[in-house]
Design a protein around this ligand. Sequence first.
Ligand SMILES: NC(=O)c1ccc[n+]([C@@H]2O[C@H](COP(=O)([O-])OP(=O)(O)OC[C@H]3O[C@@H](n4cnc5c(N)ncnc54)[C@H](O)[C@@H]3O)[C@@H](O)[C@H]2O)c1
Ligand SMILES: [Zn+2]
Length: 344
Amino acid sequence: MKKLEIQSSIGKSDIYVGETLANVSNYLPKKGKLAIITDPVIHSLYGSQFPKADVVIEIPQGEEYKCMQTLDGIFEKLIDAEFDRTSFILGIGGGIICDMSGFIATIFMRGIDFGFVSTTLLSQVDASVGGKNGVNFRGIKNIIGTFSLPKFVICELEILRSLPKTELLSGMGEVVKYGCIYSEEFFKYIDQHIDDIQNYSLEVFENLVFESVRIKAEVVSNDAKESGMRRIFNFGHTFGHAIEKITHMPHGCAVSVGMVYAAKLSVLKGKMSQSDCDRVVALLEKMGMPTTCDVPVVDLLKLMRSDKKREGDSVHFVYLTGVGTCCVEKLSYTELDSIINDLR
Ligand SMILES: NC(=O)c1ccc[n+]([C@@H]2O[C@H](COP(=O)([O-])OP(=O)(O)OC[C@H]3O[C@@H](n4cnc5c(N)ncnc54)[C@H](O)[C@@H]3O)[C@@H](O)[C@H]2O)c1
Ligand SMILES: [Zn+2]
């Protein structure tokens, strides 16, 4: 097991990579009530390993339940079970469960403590670390939410074995992203361990999750509320979010295609060499990630204009300047309009 700490302006969080769900009791407060928030799949697969709790709340699977209406019933259960300020919320699940249970804990009684057992690769390397919590509202993703860090996050590696392959690939999209934007060494490590990744080597997964979280923690510690450097994590996401919305590809797979478009745009703008761009595309292809999609570019642009991260007529776009380095600059939709056809 490897431990990491996030220290930032919004608090402190301990991340345990390689720890197990069965040991979670060691991290829970000794006094006060406990609510577990989970989804039906995790509950049926791993419920026997859950710690003893006062209430176990299941949220049905799917983004459509990540909304304000779902919260209503959950608050009702917490109030009925007489939860108070000393109570604790434990989210056990993927990104949806972590985002929602963190949000619930942050606003219930103006904030109670919470922790996560993160069960998807995507949530281990991204959703459960960094302190963003929230729900969707009228189709806009994560538009209502808070910044608040869990006391702890447990990233069990064995638990990832039951993940459907597409979910594992989706998480790998975010893992590759960290290599592309922040560490050529990590990028090379991924490239050299494709077979181990495909054979699910626990040792390699421990390194993948740990290094991804280390990079995220380093940046988040200095920019918890995304006013500067944290924006680099949006690499591949400006295109990715639009692709995800239209194709319904899993998030990290849409981001994979988005990273290819963003890398190509970086070449077009003279920020990165064609050979570095080719390395990025080649790695994604070797991993079996999608690198292209059939969505007409006009449709992509239309959606990108409604990106919640836009500022006026432009967006903070993350370009690669090489493998393992990047920069963020404003890109106007007018300019994007004029060059987008060259990307395909
Ligand atoms: N807060 C953040 O910074 C942040 C970052 C990235 C993504 N997100 C959010 O995360 C969500 C996506 O997360 P996700 O990809 O983990 O999706 P998810 O939570 O929907 O999980 C994906 C599917 O896998 C199943 N599952 C989970 N763990 C499993 C396991 N160990 N074995 C078998 N099945 C398992 C779930 O039941 C679900 O059907 C989105 O809502 C996104 O907005 C948040
Ligand atoms: Zn993402």
